[in-house]
Design a protein around this ligand. Structure first.
Ligand code: ADP
Length: 914
C-alpha cells in the first residue's frame, strides 16, 4: 500500500487528511512535529509527504530544503499546505522543490487527485497487469466481475454509480472501463460521453454492459462512444476476450496525451489588494473544488507565477503598485503564461476601460460585485475554452505525429525496397563479375595454352632456321653469301628474342612464372651483366661503368637469372638510345631500410615526362618512329616491370628529353647467409671419346640440323622418328646417350622415356642418360620430362654449342684400363704446352690484322676439340667467322672471351697437377 507522511501541527488537519487518504486506499503516517517526521522517515519509506508550512519546531520550507538535500528523501514528492496569507512562503517553497502547494482550507478531491498524480509515477513503474474499472450498481454482479477479471490477471477497480466511476476514472486512469448501461443517477451512456469529452480519458477503451434486450440501449451506448456493447447474459469468456481485444487495439493507438483534463482539479490565482473581496472570491472558488492562490499585488502575482503554474487568473484592475493593466500585459507577453485565461475584475463599466483591458490581452472583463454565479460561469467558460484549445492543439500534433509516423513508415518501406533492389543488383553484379572472372581465367588459360602451342610450333622450325644458319656460316661462302647469312642469323635471333619475350610476359600474366630463389653474388652478377653488353658499348664508343656502393653487402637471396634479365633490358635500352657519353649501372642502399636500389643511367635521348608511365605498357614505345630508327618491340620494359613487381619491388624512371634517363629498381633482396660458391666452367672430361647416340625427333629438318651438328664429331648417331621406334631401337642395341624429342606422333617422348626406364629396371641395366628436347619453354614441361625419367632438358632452338656441350657432359669418363687410354694420356700430356702457346700467341696477336686473327682462330678451332676442349673449337670458329669482315668490337669481345677460357683451363690444369 502507498504510504503518505502527513506533517501538520493541527490535529484537525491531520485527522481530516488521515480519513481522506485512508478512504482513497493510502496508508498514513501522522506527525505533529518535524522531529517525529525525521524519525518516521528514517524508519520507513514514504511515497508522498504532505507538509505544513508552519510547524512548532521548524519552518516547513526549511524542512523541505532538508528533504531535498538528503539522498534518501530527495525524490519523494512533497505537497505543501499553507494559508493564503503566506504568499512569500509559497514562492519559497516552490523554489525549494515542492511538487505542489495547496492552500488551506484545502479541497480534499484536489489534494487526493494531486497526491495520486504524484505517487502514480512510481506506481506505474511497479505495476504490471492492466487495470479495469467496473461501474456497476448490482453488488452481486460487481462481485462476479471482480472475480472473473481477477482470475484473468487484471487488477479491478469498482464503482457503484456513474459519479463515483467518473471520479475513480479520473484519479486512477484505468486501462479499460466496463460500465453498466443502466445506473442510478447518471446512466452508463452519460458516463461514457463524459469520458469521451475528456482529453485525458478519451482513449480508455469502454465496454458497455446491459441486462436489457432493448436495441435502443445498445445504440445509445455506442453513440455515446462505447467501443463495444455486451449483454450480461453473454458468456464471461466472451467478455474477457472483448476486453483483451480492446486493450490490444488501445495499446496500438496509444499516444501521449495532455496531462490536463477538463474534469480535473484547477488552480486559480486571485489578484486583489482588497482583502475582503479576495477572501470572498477565494471561498466561492474553493467551494467549487478549485485550489485558490491569493496575491495582494501585481508584483506578488508575477513572482508567484514564476514559481507555480496556475490554470486561471482573476485580476483586479485597480491595484496598489503595478496596475492591473500592466500585470495583464506582462502575463500576456510571457511565453509560458500567455495561454493562461486571464479575467479582469473591475468596478468600472465604461467602454474605454473595457476596451483597454481587452486590448491589453485580458480574455474576459467582469464587473466586480456581479452575481457570483455569473463570475463562476465565465471562469468555467474560459477554462473550457483553454481546454479545447489545448485539446485541438494536441489533436493537431497527434495528426502531425501520425502523418510523420506514416511518412517514416513509407520512407522505411522505400529504404527497404531500395536496399533490397541494391542488394539484388549487387548480387547480380557479383554474379556477373564472378562469371567475367571465370571467363577471364579461362581466357588466360586458353591464351597460355595457345602461347605454349604457338611457341612449340614456332620454335621447331626456328630450330631448323637458326641451326642451319649456324652450319651455313661455317661452310665456305662468298662474302655476298656471308652477308645474306648474317641477315638470316640476325632475323632468327630477333625472332627468338621476341618469342621468348612474349612467352615470359604470358607466363607472368598467367601467374605461371615462378621465381627461382637462391643465394648469389650481386657484384659478380652485375659485372657479368655489364660484360655481356660490353661489346655493344665498345662498338658505339660509350663508356660503361659499374658503381657498387663500397659497404653494400654483396651476397643476396633472389632470382639472379630474372634480375639479370631486367638489368640487361635496361642496359640494352640505355645503349640503344645513347649515341655518346656513358652508361652507368649503380648499386646502392634504398630509401626503405633493407631494400636495394639498382639504377641504370645513360646520357642518351631521354624520355618526355608524359611517356614515363606508358613505356612500361606492352608494345609501347616513347615515339612511333622508335621502331623504325632503333628497332625493338616495346615488350622489354613491360616484362622488366612485371618481373620486378613479382620480386616484390618497384621500377620507375627519371628522364628528360636530351638529358638522358635513369631507370631505378628497388628490391627487397634479403642478405644471403652463406657465400655462394663461384661457378667455373667445367673442363670437358673425356676428350673426343666417341658415343653411340640415339636421336628421336619427328621433324625432318631438325633431324638434319642435329645430324649436321654432330657431323664433325666422332659420335655415332642413330635417327628414329617417334617414341615407339625409339623404344624398339633402344632394346635392340646399346646406346651411350638418348636425345629424345618430347612432342612426337605415335608415342611421345614422355611415354617412350617411361617405357625405357621400366625396361632398364626390369632387365637390371644401368640407366642410360636421356636428354629431353622440347620446344616448350614452361617450367612445368621441364619438370614433366624429368618426372618421366629424363636426366636433363634442352629447350629448342638449341644452338650448336649448347648441344655439343650437353652431349660432352654425358661422355663416359675413360676407364684407366680402357682401350685408347694410352693415346688419351699422351694427348693429356700435350695440353699444358698447347694452352701456354695459345696464351702467348693471343697476347701478341695484332688485332687489326684480320688475316693473322683468322689464321690463329682456324688453328684453335682445329685443335681445341681434339684436345677435349670443344668450347675452344667453338670460339675459334666464331672468331674466324667474325674476322672475315672488319668488325673490331666483335673480334675484341671474342678475343677477351678466349683469353678468359684459356686462363680458366690453365688454372684447372694447375690445380689438377697440385
Ligand atoms: P623496346 O626497347 O623493345 O622498344 P622497351 O619496353 O624496352 O621496348 O622500351 C620501350 C620504349 O621506352 C622504347 O621504345 C623507348 O621509346 C623508351 N626507352 C626505354 N629505355 C630508354 C632509354 N634508356 N632512353 C630513351 N628511351 C628509352
Amino acid at each position: 500500500m502507498t504510504r503518505v507522511l502527513i506533517l501538520d501541527d493541527s490535529l484537525t488537519v491531520r485527522m481530516g487528511l488521515h480519513e481522506a487518504f485512508e478512504a482513497a486506499g493510502y496508508q498514513t503516517v501522522l506527525c505533529a512535529k518535524a522531529q517525529e517526521a525525521w524519525e518516521a522517515l528514517a524508519a520507513e519509506d514514504c511515497a508522498l509527504i504532505v507538509l505544513d508550512v508552519m510547524l512548532p519546531d521548524a519552518d516547513g520550507v526549511e524542512v523541505l530544503a532538508e528533504l531535498r538535500r538528503s539522498l534518501r528523501t530527495a525524490d519523494i514528492p512533497v505537497i505543501m499546505l499553507s494559508t493564503e496569507a503566506e504568499v512569500q512562503d509559497r514562492i519559497r517553497g516552490m523554489r525549494c522543490g515542492a511538487d505542489d502547494y495547496v492552500g488551506k482550507p484545502y479541497d480534499v478531491d484536489y489534494l487526493l487527485a494531486r497526491a495520486h498524480t504524484l505517487t502514480r509515477r512510481d506506481a506505474v513503474q511497479a505495476e504490471g497487469s492492466p487495470r479495469v474499472l467496473v461501474i456497476e450498481d448490482s453488488r452481486t454482479f460487481r462481485a462476479f466481475m471482480q472475480e472473473i477479471f481477477t482470475a484473468a490477471g487484471y487488477r479491478v477497480l469498482l464503482a457503484e454509480n456513474g459519479e463515483e466511476g467518473l471520479r475513480i476514472a479520473l484519479s486512477e486512469r484505468p486501462d479499460a472501463l466496463v460500465v453498466d448501461g443502466r445506473l442510478p443517477g447518471i446512466d452508463g451512456a452519460t458516463v461514457v460521453r463524459r469520458l469521451r469529452m475528456d482529453a485525458g480519458l478519451r482513449h480508455v477503451p469502454c465496454l458497455m454492459l446491459t441486462a436489457s434486450e432493448d436495441l435502443n440501449d445498445e445504440l445509445l451506448g455506442l453513440e455515446a462512444g462505447a467501443d463495444s456493447y455486451l449483454r450480461k447474459s453473454e458468456d464471461p469468456e466472451v467478455l474477457l476476450a472483448r476486453v483483451a481485444a480492446l486493450l490490444r487495439s488501445a495499446e496500438r493507438s496509444r499516444s501521449p496525451l495532455p496531462e490536463t483534463s477538463a474534469l480535473g482539479p484547477k488552480k486559480i490565482l486571485v489578484v486583489d489588494d482588497d482583502g475582503i473581496s479576495r477572501q470572498a472570491l477565494a471561498s466561492q472558488f474553493q467551494l467549487e473544488g478549485y485550489d485558490v492562490t491569493l496575491a495582494q499585488s501585481g508584483e506578488e502575482a508575477l513572482e508567484l507565477l514564476k514559481a507555480q503554474a496556475v490554470d486561471c487568473i482573476l485580476l483586479d484592475l485597480v491595484l496598489g503598485g503595478m496596475s492591473g493593466l500592466e500585470v495583464c500585459r506582462k502575463v500576456k507577453e510571457h511565453a509560458e503564461w500567455r495561454e493562461v485565461p486571464l479575467l479582469v475584475l473591475s468596478v468600472r463599466e465604461d467602454r474605454p476601460t473595457v476596451i483597454e483591458a481587452l486590448n491589453a490581452g485580458a480574455d474576459d472583463y467582469l464587473i466586480k460585485g456581479s452575481d457570483m454565479e455569473v463570475i463562476r460561469g465565465r471562469v468555467r467558460a474560459q477554462l473550457r475554452r483553454r481546454h479545447f484549445e489545448q485539446e485541438s492543439r494536441h489533436w493537431r500534433e497527434e495528426q502531425l505525429r501520425q502523418e510523420l509516423v506514416k511518412a517514416e513508415a513509407r520512407a522505411a518501406q522505400e529504404l527497404a525496397d531500395t536496399r533490397a533492389t541494391l542488394l539484388s543488383d549487387l548480387a547480380k553484379k557479383n554474379e556477373e563479375l564472378e562469371r567475367a572472372k571465370e571467363l577471364a581465367e579461362a581466357a588466360t588459360q586458353a591464351k597460355s595454352e595457345f602461347l605454349a602451342n604457338m611457341s612449340h610450333e614456332i620454335r621447331t622450325p626456328l630450330n631448323a632456321i637458326v641451326g642451319m644458319a649456324d652450319i651455313l656460316a661455317r661452310t665456305p661462302l662468298t662474302s655476298e653469301q656471308e652477308g645474306y647469312v648474317r641477315v638470316f642469323r640476325r632475323a632468327g635471333d630477333t625472332l627468338l628474342t621476341l618469342i621468348n619475350d612474349i612467352l615470359d610476359l604470358s607466363k607472368v600474366e598467367s601467374g605461371r612464372l615462378e621465381l627461382d630463389v637462391s643465394s648469389f653474388d650481386l657484384q659478380e652478377l652485375l659485372e657479368k651483366t655489364l660484360e655481356f653488353v660490353a661489346p655493344r658499348a665498345h662498338e658505339k664508343g660509350i663508356q660503361l661503368t659499374l658503381d657498387f656502393a663500397p659497404s653494400l653487402p654483396r651476397y643476396r637471396q633472389g632470382d639472379a637469372h630474372r634480375l639479370r634479365q631486367v638489368l640487361t633490358n635496361f642496359l640494352g635500352n640505355a645503349l640503344k638510345f645513347t649515341e655518346r657519353g656513358s652508361v652507368t649501372l649503380r648499386a646502392d642502399y634504398a630509401t626503405q631500410v633493407g631494400n636495394l636500389r639498382l639504377s641504370v643511367s645513360d646520357t642518351g635521348i631521354g624520355i618526355p615526362q608524359e611517356k614515363h608511365l606508358a613505356i612500361f605498357e606492352k608494345f609501347t614505345q616513347a615515339d612511333s618512329s622508335t621502331t623504325r630508327k632503333y628497332g625493338g618491340t616495346g615488350l622489354g620494359l613491360a616484362i622488366a616491370k612485371q618481373l620486378v613487381e613479382l620480386m616484390g619491388g618497384a621500377v620507375w624512371l627519371e628522364s628528360e628529353p636530351g638529358k638522358g634517363s635513369t631507370f631505378h629498381v628497388e628490391l627487397p633482396l634479403e642478405l644471403a647467409s652463406s657465400v655462394p660458391r663461384a661457378r667455373t666452367e667445367a673442363l670437358p672430361t673425356a676428350s673426343g671419346s666417341s658415343m653411340r647416340i640415339l636421336l628421336a625427333e619427328d621433324s625432318e629438318d631438325n633431324r638434319a640440323v642435329f645430324s649436321a651438328y654432330l657431323s664433325r664429331t666422332s659420335h655415332v648417331l642413330t635417327l628414329v622418328e617417334n617414341g615407339a621406334q625409339a623404344i624398339a631401337r633402344f632394346q635392340e642395341e646399346p646406346f651411350d646417350l638418348v636425345l629424345m624429342d618430347m612432342q612426337m606422333p605415335v608415342l611421345d617422348g614422355y611415354g617412350a622415356t617411361r617405357t625405357i626406364r621400366d625396361w632398364e629396371r626390369e632387365s637390371g641395366r644401368k640407366p642410360t642418360p636421356i636428354v629431353a628436347l622440347t620446344a616448350f619453354a614452361y617450367k612445368e614441361e621441364t619438370e614433366k620430362s624429368l618426372e618421366a625419367g629424363c636426366n636433363a632438358h634442352l629447350s629448342k632452338p638449341i644452338a650448336m654449342r649448347d648441344f655439343l656441350e650437353a652431349i660432352a657432359s654425358y661422355a663416359p669418363t675413360p676407364a684407366p684400363n680402357a682401350l685408347g687410354d694410352e693415346i688419351s694420356r699422351k694427348l693429356q700430356a700435350l695440353i699444358p704446352g698447347f694452352i701456354a702457346r695459345w696464351t702467348a700467341e693471343l697476347a701478341d696477336l695484332p688485332q687489326g690484322d684480320l688475316d693473322a686473327v683468322r689464321r690463329f682462330a682456324h688453328r684453335l678451332a682445329g685443335s681445341g676439340g681434339m684436345l677435349g676442349f670443344p668450347g675452344l673449337t667453338e670460339l675459334g670458329r666464331d672468331l674466324e667467322a667474325a674476322a672475315k669482315v672488319p668488325n673490331p668490337a666483335e673480334i675484341e669481345s671474342r678475343l677477351a672471351e678466349l683469353s678468359r677460357q684459356l686462363d680458366q683451363i690453365r688454372e684447372q690444369l694447375d690445380s689438377q697437377r697440385a
